[in-house]
Every structure is written in C-alpha cells, then in structure tokens.
Design a binder for this molecule. Structure first.
Ligand SMILES: *Cc1c(COP(=O)(O)O)cnc(C)c1O
Length: 398
C-alpha cells in the first residue's frame, strides 16, 4: 500500500518544512492585517507599490466595462482582445525588441517557451539557482539538461563545449535570470552573452525581479547593459514590480510567431482577462513616465537606507536588487527568526527547501518604494537583535 499522505505531511512538519496558507485581510501595500495583527510587510514582490495603485485599478475597471470579465476562449480562437494587442506592442517597445507575447503567468511563460524551443535531441543549460518554472519548463521539454554552479562562467563554457561536440545540430539554450529570486544577486550578463554567442547558443534571460527595478525606466538588466538586442529570449512577469498578473516573452518576430504556434501553455489555455492586460499596459506606461522613474528612485533610496543600517556580515558589499536574503541555514532557525519579526510587527517570511537547497534556509526580505525610511530603520533593528550572539544561530555564509 502507498504511504498515506498523513505520514508524509507529518514528516514535513517534523523537518520544519510544512507550509500553510496565510489569509491576509487587507489591500496590497506595505501594511497588512494578518492573524489579528497589524504588520509592516517586507515580503511582497510589489517593489514599486503598484499592486493597489488607483490608476491601475481604474484601467482594469474600464476594461471590464468594455470587454467583460472572461476572455471566453484561447488567444488563437476568439480570446485576443484589443488590450492584449496593445500590451504586447508596448512590451516589445519597452524591452526594445521586435515583438512580444503575453501569457497568463510567468510560470506558464517559462513552461510554454522552453517546451516550444527545445525538445528531444536539444540541450538546455541552466544556472543552478534558476527559478522552478524554468527548471520545470526545461524538464518538460524533453531536452538534455546541464546545470552550472551559480554564475560559474567556466562551467557554463565547458557545458557549451560539450553540447557543441556531442550535439552539433542541436538547438542549445542557456537559461539564467538577471536578478535571482531568492538571492537577490545578478548574473554576469555581459560575459554570458559573449560566451553563448561563441557557441551559437540561444540565451533565455528571465528578468522577473529586474524589470521595474533595474535599468533605465526599469527596463531590466539587459537594457541597463545595452544588451537587449543580444538576448534572444527576454522573459519576465507582469506580477512583480509591474503590480499586475501574467508573464511575457520579448524577442524577434520569428520567435514570437513560433511561440504563438507552439507554446502549449499559450495555445491550450484561455486568454487572460482583458482587464489584466489593460492594467499591465497602464503599468508599463507608468514605468516610462517621470513619475515612474521617481518611484524607482524611491526604491533605490530605500535600499540605501537599509544598507546603511544592516549589521555587518549580513549582506553582500552592495545590494543589487530589492531582495535581501538573510542566510540562516537550518530550516528551524529560519522559522524562529521569522517569528521574531512577527512579534516585533513585521512580516518577513522564512524561505525553505524546496524553494532553496536544504540547509540554506533564510529570511527573504524585500523592499518597496512605498516603505517609509523609519519602517526600514525599524526592521533593521530586528536584524541586529537577530544577529546578536546568543539569539538564534547567527548568520551563515552568503
Ligand atoms: C515569480 C517568478 C516567475 C513566475 O512568475 P509568475 O508570474 O509569478 O508565475 C518566473 N521566474 C522567476 C525568476 C520568478 O521569480
């Protein structure tokens, strides 16, 4: 007989790996009502504080009035509405690409895109810390997979050499992120682009945590480094700094035409509601405005306030994104630390296996442009308290 699920759940609980849902009873923003408490939220990916922004809500409401709630069919049948087309035009322009395609989520984007680009006989080479959606997409594609240690260019190159020697005719796709979701650091993109070009491989760059945060108008790391034209597949999500929901790919017209024919998560799924496309379009327009640029600057100012107040040994020399991991190692230590923050009035979640490798449990603290400097100073106080010898196990290696 198969092992009962109850036993498996109990095992998770014993290892401090059991998860549960938390019901938040307030609007998106830096303050939240949860478990009868008022907390300051340092956990969301709403880096610019846009998810509850009235002008985005208004754009969605207007689109509902015009187009209704449901899109009624897949994009290829009768689900493509004007807001989808406008959003994709704007996405291409924003990412300095020829064309763009939007999906119902970033997860669906990764699955559909990798599955359409690579198959049996092809090779996908991933950074070890690539997001689960990219790993799942790579696995589902049926391609041969190779993983290189995080940001290790030598190993990446030796995988590429191997791929070219053993699979001379294959499509080879290198997959990495511009800002890593659980570590907050960046990929050495300029070097990766040079290497992949030498081996005539394609590069898929997931800008999920860079768009809105990094580069002029928040266009991402590729644009920050002047490399947009050399990244074959620019992927991202509409659900983080952009404050809405959905995912996208930008690239050549050929790439987009191929994906809309072959990406299964695009073809075989009902189109996302027009209201989301309309809100995402409004969000992109905001990014390009002076007000959007000012909002992004506020986020970076907040990051400076945080960096100035952090205990020593806690962070990298320089914050590279809105994501600040506090490494704790043991899963139970991360849970305990998260509890301390809760008691002090902050929501800072513990990140555990399988989101990160076993023994690398951490707190993942994220900043928003909407945090007040005094809130940031207050949260750093708790980090000092946490780092004090005797309280918990202290900070591990980063
Ligand atoms: C969040 C995330 C995704 C998935 O995007 P969703 O829109 O949330 O489905 C994909 N890649 C990375 C790196 C992410 O952090």
């Amino acid at each position: 007989m198969a092992r009962p699920l109850r036993e498996e759940l109990d095992a998770l609980k014993q290892q401090s790996l059991l998860r549960r849902l938390r019901e938040i009873e307030s609007q998106p923003g830096t303050h939240m009502e949860y478990a009868g408490r008022h907390l300051i939220n340092f956990s969301s990916n709403d880096y610019l504080g846009l998810a509850g922004e009235p002008f985005l809500c208004e754009a969605a409401k207007q689109a509902i009035d015009t187009y209704g709630v449901g899109a009624t069919a897949s994009r290829l049948v009768c689900g493509t509405l004007t807001p989808h087309m406008l959003l994709e035009q704007k996405l291409a322009e924003f990412k300095r690409a020829e064309a763009a395609l939007s999906f119902s989520s970033g997860y669906a984007t990764a699955l559909g895109t990798l599955g359409a680009l690579a198959g049996k006989g092809d090779v996908i080479i991933l950074d070890k810390l690539a997001h689960a959606s990219l790993i799942d997409g790579a696995r589902l594609s049926g391609a041969t997979l190779r993983v290189f240690p995080h940001n290790d260019l030598e190993k990446l190159e030796s995988h590429l050499q191997w791929a070219r020697e053993t699979h001379p005719e294959a499509r080879v796709v290198v997959v990495t992120e511009s800002v890593f979701s659980m570590d907050g650091d960046r990929a050495p993109l300029a070097e990766i682009v040079q290497i992949k070009e030498r081996y005539e491989a394609l590069l898929l760059l997931d800008e999920a945590h860079a768009v809105g945060v990094v580069g002029p108008n928040g266009r991402g790391l590729a644009e920050r480094l002047g490399l947009s034209g050399r990244v074959d597949i620019q992927m991202g999500t509409l659900s983080k700094a952009l404050g809405v929901s959905g995912g996208y790919v930008c690239g050549s017209r050929e790439l987009i035409d191929w994906l809309l024919n072959r990406a299964r998560s695009f073809v075989y799924s009902t189109a996302p509601p027009a209201a989301l496309a309309a809100a995402a379009l409004a969000s992109l327009e905001f990014m390009e405005s002076a007000a959007g640029e000012a909002r992004r600057k506020m986020l970076w100012n907040n990051l400076k306030v945080l960096a100035a107040g952090l205990p020593p040994g806690l962070t990298p020399e320089k914050l590279q994104s809105a994501i600040v991991p506090v490494m704790l190692g043991e899963e139970s230590a991360a849970l305990e630390a998260s509890k301390l923050f809760f008691e002090r009035g902050f929501f800072v979640p513990a990140i555990r296996y399988p989101t990160v490798a076993r023994g690398t449990a951490r707190l993942r603290l994220t900043l928003s442009a909407a945090h007040l400097p005094e809130e940031i100073e207050a949260v750093t106080q708790v980090l000092w308290e946490l780092g004090n010898p005797g309280s918990l196990s202290g900070f591990g290696e980063r």
